[in-house]
Design a binder for this molecule. Sequence first.
Ligand code: SF4
Length: 479
Amino acid sequence: MEIERQVTGTTRPGYTVAESENAQLKYLHGNNLEETSFLDGSGDPRYFLYIREEDKGILAVIGLSHLVESVHHYDISGEKPSYSHPLLSRANAYGNFRSYNGRSVDELMDYVNNNIRHLRFAPDREQERNCFLDVHSEYQSKTQQDLARFGDAKKLYTSEEGEPDIIPEFTDLMIPVKAGQGCIRACIYCDEKRKKFRLYPAEKIRRNIGIARDWWNKHHPHRPITHENELFINTPDILYFELLHSAEQKQGRSLGAFEERLYRTGIRGVPSAGEVVRLMREGFPGTLEEHFGKMYFFVGTPTTLEVPLSSLEDICKGVLGRPGAGANRPYIGFESLDDPTSEFLNKDETAAQKKEALDKLHKAGFPKVKIIMQLGMTGRGFYDKKGDFNDSLEAAAGSAETLAGMLGKMDNVQISVNRVLDPCHQRKIAQGMIIPFEDPEEVQEHVEVFRKTLFERWHKTDRPSVEDDYIVALENHQI
Ligand code: SF4
């Protein structure tokens, strides 16, 4: 009997890549993973390593980067195996491992890696074998090498002040490249405003592309960078490049509001946003082979409204001049579509302006826009400047309803969950402006109401794509 069935009681369609007496390594395509509850329905393909021992079954989930993502225990003592509990997990590529049963992370990873070492790989799986078994001479073990890889990645997402940058959905296949830092806006919940504002010149971006490429090649020598890798342009708003570039072209005359603000920073000689995108594709040519690899970036509502449509089209088309061959996955932080809440958060654009920005992104050719919403940041409610009380649960429902009316079919919504615990909110609580949750878990009710309202109203016909693990990733990451 297949070891997969002995461990989990079932088998799913996929390839057996390697096996031994007591272990089986399978590659499962994303479509076969949806019902796997501990993967939260993530449809990305993965490797599953099943290990059968006398009294227990172990399942290790391993990403396409050949790094352990999670380890699970199955009870195989009864007639039918049953899922028991997780042993190890991590939410993202920050390396924020969590062990559940007191055994150390290294011990559990060593256990998995040692089992992989004893597998016989199928003859046509030579490249995977090399990826799974590769250990550099400077590391004693695969585990040590993997852990070093997460530590080494910090240079790709750390500010010049040593603070972490935000990367939503940081996956093991993602390669972030730092292009700038800090923000000229000042949303009350965001740390970017505290960093020194920088937009890097082309030469420095090229250098950072080289650093990111070297990091990947050092830790994945047998896995070339391909369209499966995801690129992330690490800067709070790529349109700052576009607007400052155009302000420079206009030599400081007849500037729009953001052009003016950016021009006043005194920074000069930055590439346009389209040029930044082209630098990225040229630096990672493998990401354009077969299909167009995903390239993520942040934009803001007012900057999207200020740039000409042709600038957005340029970002989307990139080097090949075809939609998607440039940067193809914009993130836009709407946070709330309740105008008093947005104003309170110092995000002073209206829901109508946010809709206009989203429509413009679709028109520019981006089929899928990722929208970030914040829940819980205003606790149970807040008092606005006029002294009126605003109920946060009602605002969450209203936001979901408004959002449902503006989303495209392919768009994706990410909910960032807050529990008003950070110092900025604590200050507002002390000033009596925010009524905090009595129990931080109260925020879950807001998440539920938001999701339910959105799903009921959204015209989307296929599976709704709403993810609320984004902030979990941020909360758990250890820098
Ligand atoms: S616009 Fe974005 S990066 Fe800038 S302060 Fe607001 S949330 Fe932070």
